[in-house]
Design a protein around this ligand. Structure first.
Ligand SMILES: Nc1ncnc2c1ncn2[C@@H]1O[C@H](COP(=O)(O)OP(=O)(O)O)[C@@H](O)[C@H]1O
Ligand SMILES: [Mg+2]
Length: 320
């Protein structure tokens, strides 16, 4: 078996907030999260805002420590990566790309500056010619014209800026890119271009992606595997196609019902099942209850257990 680059095992993350009168409240943002990231493959982490997607990425990049469980980088617990140089090296290999393509670029510096600096810091190439050559390769890889090197961020579109961010991640030597809602601030018309670029980076140079999104419909463009997250838990996971074609968990069905994509099989759900879009609040409440255990749906398709009796009651409501 191929070794995962990143592996989360039963990761729990609790945040402590101070309540009134000197008390503290503990909020469990992640509850027993497990997944693996491989070179040349994409896992989509899908769920609505606040479910804990970004927290997963922040734990992987060591912005926060885990409360329980472990995160392994090529088999080594990331907790043991502590020296400045080791952290720099690790963060070079596991890079974040954020939602806001502008926020991560400095308006007073050219694209050339943005791409050259990390090459130097991470000691990827030495010497002027080698740097120039690498810059050309990076621009070609993300399909931007060489002339753009001398432009400033504001002279580029959102999609072009996101390409610069991807080029920069490759420039520092990324093996895994944690792409946190990378297209959600882009115009719909250019989203697909960025997703296709990520797909090419995966296929051509073997980058592994964690594709974080609230939009289940885009998962099938680039992600072989999907994990559907709800309030800190993964409720359904495995092969993306199997999940989209044959969703099991009420929350996954709710997400799919919200997607106006004629290729997705929502029609086949409506007759015999609750009306997911009408009963959204109830389905959320039922999905929130953690029921122990999970079952296997297909070769690579698993679903956490849920309160079937309550969902059945919703169904009756609908028929009555
Ligand atoms: N540093 C923090 N301190 C306290 N609570 C946090 C912190 N970071 C995130 N949270 C909480 O954890 C939950 C998950 O947040 P996040 O991972 O950002 O969700 P997502 O990226 O899916 O929108 C939210 O309820 C959020 O308010
Ligand atoms: Mg987020």
């Amino acid at each position: 078996m191929e070794q995962p680059v990143i592996e989360l095992n039963n990761v729990v993350k609790e945040f402590t907030a101070s309540g009134g009168f000197g008390s503290t409240e503990i909020f469990r943002a992640l509850d027993s999260i497990s997944f693996k990231l491989y070179k040349g493959r994409t896992l989509a982490l899908v769920g609505e805002s606040g479910c804990g997607k970004s927290t997963c990425a922040k734990l992987i990049t060591k912005v926060h420590g885990v409360t329980e469980g472990e995160i392994l980088f090529k088999g080594e617990n990331v907790d043991t990566i502590n020296k400045r140089r080791d952290i720099l090296n690790y963060r070079g290999k596991v890079q974040m790309v954020f939602q806001d393509p502008f926020g991560s670029l400095n308006p007073t510096h050219t694209i050339r500056h943005h791409l050259t600096r990390p090459l130097l810091i991470h000691k990827q190439v030495k010497g002027k010619d080698a740097i120039e050559k690498r810059l050309n390769e990076l621009m070609e890889l993300v399909e931007l014209p060489i002339e753009d090197l001398d432009k400033y961020p504001h002279q580029l579109s959102g999609g072009q800026r996101q390409r610069v961010n991807l080029a920069r991640a490759i420039g520092v030597g990324a093996e895994i890119i944690l792409a946190d809602e990378p297209t959600s601030m882009l115009d719909v018309s250019i989203r697909l271009g960025v997703l296709n670029l990520m797909k090419e980076m995966k296929e051509k140079i073997g980058i592994g992606f964690l594709y974080i999104t609230h939009d289940l419909a885009t998962a099938h463009y680039i992600a072989e595997e999907t994990a559907v997250m709800y309030r800190g838990r993964i409720v359904e996971w495995g092969d993306t196609r199997s999940i989209l074609r044959n969703p099991q968990h009420p929350y996954t069905k709710l997400l799919i019902s919200a997607v106006p994509d004629p290729d997705l099989p929502f029609n086949k759900l409506v007759d015999s099942e609750p009306d997911y879009s009408q009963s959204a609040d109830k389905i959320r409440a039922i999905s929130l209850k953690s029921v122990a255990g999970h079952r296997q749906v297909a070769d690579n398709h698993f679903v956490a257990n849920w309160d079937e009796a309550e969902i059945a009651a919703l169904q009756k409501d609908k028929i009555a």
